[in-house]
Design a protein. Structure first.
Length: 153
């Protein structure tokens, strides 16, 4: 597992609550990688390579950017008026669940292909107490879950 921190803004299109407003988070992304083989050193994948690829992609695309849904024309128009503009348009609402899903299904297969590692789980921490994750099970089925780790009194 490799943990990478990044900062990003977003809003949830048609959320109906306070998350429909522009706001941001100090996110943490955890990348879990598996493989059928190990290299001569005994690794599925070198952590340095995992960091370089995943952090590189996050730095280039999501860090200090605004993430919005492709359906959110109002946000896209507003953000494009700001110069300079760092905007990442997602094919769905940028919830923590969808961010994990996007990284697992779209980004990791491309980034990790040359190394033979396969990302089987991505976890996005939106706060210190809540995260969402997307995972692929042994039957190649995608599951997306959200968790709140705050103690209930």
């Amino acid at each position: 597992m490799r943990r990478i921190k990044f900062c990003a803004g977003h809003r949830l299109f048609k959320h109906g609550g306070k998350c429909e407003h522009f706001h941001g988070h100090n996110y943490v992304a955890d990348f879990f990688v598996t493989g059928d083989t190990q290299d001569s050193v005994g690794r599925v994948m070198d952590f340095a390579d995992l960091k370089a690829k995943c952090k590189g992609w996050l730095d280039e695309n999501w860090d200090h950017s605004f993430l919005v849904s492709d359906q959110d024309e109002n946000a896209i128009t507003a953000l494009k008026m700001v110069k300079p503009c760092r905007l990442f348009v997602m094919p769905y609402n940028p919830t923590a669940e969808n961010m994990a899903k996007y990284l697992l299904e779209e980004v990791c297969p491309v980034l990790l292909k040359e190394f033979g590692g396969i990302a089987n789980r991505v976890r996005i921490w939106e706060t210190d107490e809540s995260f969402a994750e997307a995972a692929i099970d042994e039957h190649d089925r995608l599951t997306v879950s959200s968790y709140d780790t705050a103690e209930v009194s």
